[in-house]
Design a protein around this ligand. Structure first.
Ligand code: PMP
Length: 426
């Protein structure tokens, strides 16, 4: 007898494999392939020595060793929450009290991804509306689909999310009676994944003003995903969106140690409005009772010893160099290809390449041509939500220079140009 059917929850049925798993698998399976697809960090600069020293110091003393190996609290190590608060406020040029914050408003999470998930669980029911940038972080989009949330998008330009368009969208939703369903606005505001673009200062302020203005019968939460903030290599740091939420009501700020330190620590953090903290902690309690305590102790020690700041500084130089290598290669290879244009990120590790007239989508001709040439990118389509007609822009590529070596970056762009030539000629 065949087994009785497995009945899965509505949520599980809405949750599918990440669209880029296929691409990651392809990269692993294909020898010699240069992958600009996976958003992995630079391998050579991972802080092996710093982490070894920090772990050894923690474990050398039975008292601190036991504290780190015991369960911690769901909200996270108090020392690390205090350090996170100081780091974010220092970057924003404010004192915590000026913006109504204390370490009680900080929660340590299992990577910032966990916060995105938990916040979705706490705030969104099926049918609710969340507004994101177009394009946006495709893993967050998948998460919203899994929640049954309707995703509406706002276009971007070189200065990030078009907040004038956001305002117009919110006005339209108010007029159509749908504002009641709007629960959140999501922005990856520093060197965005996938475009590399950054939200301009005046737009940050305006975003908080809009959240406040349109929160008439319920609060619309702005989720500020600052995953790449510490990786700025050109220009000065910009204040966070959270910086303008001086009453700590509208903005959830999430950051991570994955990018400026090590993803293997899987340690992120969030600054939350007070009435969101308990619901988040209740859910986090059912998830994991708290993030890995040893990782938190290591992160705290790295910050306290100055190793974290030193390492982040070194990383900025590494990524700046890789970005320059990628931009130089694009300039050299695509000089005679007017259909190509690309963003110039001031930080992070993504370049967004637009190839007018070439279908870069997963079912288009460029993916197989690129694989044939030995290079892989993420089709830009994955970052978009299909419009009413079911279509989304399909002439863009996300190129990640995080993990590739500089030689691979140069060679990978050469191969991509070759693939474009093959597709254009056919
Ligand atoms: N947000 C963005 C925009 C990301 O790109 C990532 C990682 N790819 C995350 C959040 C999650 O990272 P982590 O869980 O490692 O902190």
């Amino acid at each position: 007898m065949p087994p009785a059917p497995l009945l899965r929850s509505g949520k599980s049925n809405r949750t599918t494999d990440s669209p880029i798993s296929y691409f990651i698998k392809k990269a692993i399976e294909t020898p010699g392939l240069i992958s600009f697809a996976a958003g992995l960090v630079d391998e050579g600069s991972l802080p092996v020595d710093d982490v070894r020293v920090a772990a050894a110091e923690i474990l050398a003393d039975p008292l601190t060793g036991r504290a780190a190996l015991q369960y911690g609290s769901t909200q996270g190590l108090p020392e690390l929450r205090e350090q996170v608060l100081q780091l974010v406020c220092t970057a924003d040029g404010v004192k915590p009290a000026d913006v109504n914050l204390t370490a009680a408003d900080v929660c340590i999470t299992t990577g910032s991804q966990q916060l995105l998930y938990l916040l979705g669980e706490v705030l969104f029911d099926p049918g609710d509306i969340v507004i994101t940038e177009a394009p946006s972080y495709f893993v967050f989009h998948s998460l919203l689909v899994s929640h049954g949330t309707k995703v509406l998008t706002v276009p971007m330009d070189a200065a990030g999310m078009r907040v004038d368009e956001l305002e117009a969208l919110l006005e339209r939703l108010r007029r159509s009676g749908d504002l009641a369903r709007v629960r959140g606005i999501y922005t990856v505001d520093y060197f965005q994944n996938p475009t590399g673009l950054t939200l301009a200062v005046e737009r940050r302020k305006r975003l908080v003003e809009l959240a406040r203005r349109f929160s008439t019968d319920h609060r619309i939460i702005v989720l500020e995903d600052a995953a790449y903030r510490e990786l700025r290599f050109t220009g000065g740091d910009l204040p966070s969106v959270k910086r303008f939420d001086t009453t700590n009501e509208f903005v959830v700020y999430t950051g991570t140690f994955s990018k400026p330190c090590a993803p293997g620590l899987k340690t992120g953090y969030a600054i939350l409005p007070p009435d969101l903290m308990a619901p988040i902690l209740h859910l986090k309690g059912s998830h994991d009772f708290g993030s890995a305590n040893l990782s938190q102790h290591i992160a705290a020690r790295l910050i306290a010893s100055g190793a974290y700041a030193r390492h982040a500084e070194e990383l900025r130089a590494v990524y700046r160099h890789k970005r320059d290598v990628m931009l130089n290669a694009l300039g050299a290879e695509f000089a005679d290809f007017p259909a190509a244009s690309w963003t110039v990120p001031d930080g992070g590790f993504y370049v967004w390449l637009t190839l007018d007239g070439i279908d870069t989508g997963p079912n288009g001709p460029l993916v197989p041509a690129a694989l044939e040439a030995g290079v892989l990118y993420v089709p830009g389509e994955f970052g978009h939500v299909p419009d009413e007609s079911g279509s989304s822009p399909s002439n863009e590529c996300r190129l990640c220079f995080g993990v590739a070596t500089t030689e691979q970056v140069t060679e990978g762009i050469r191969r991509l140009r070759k693939a474009c030539a093959a597709v254009s000629a056919s």
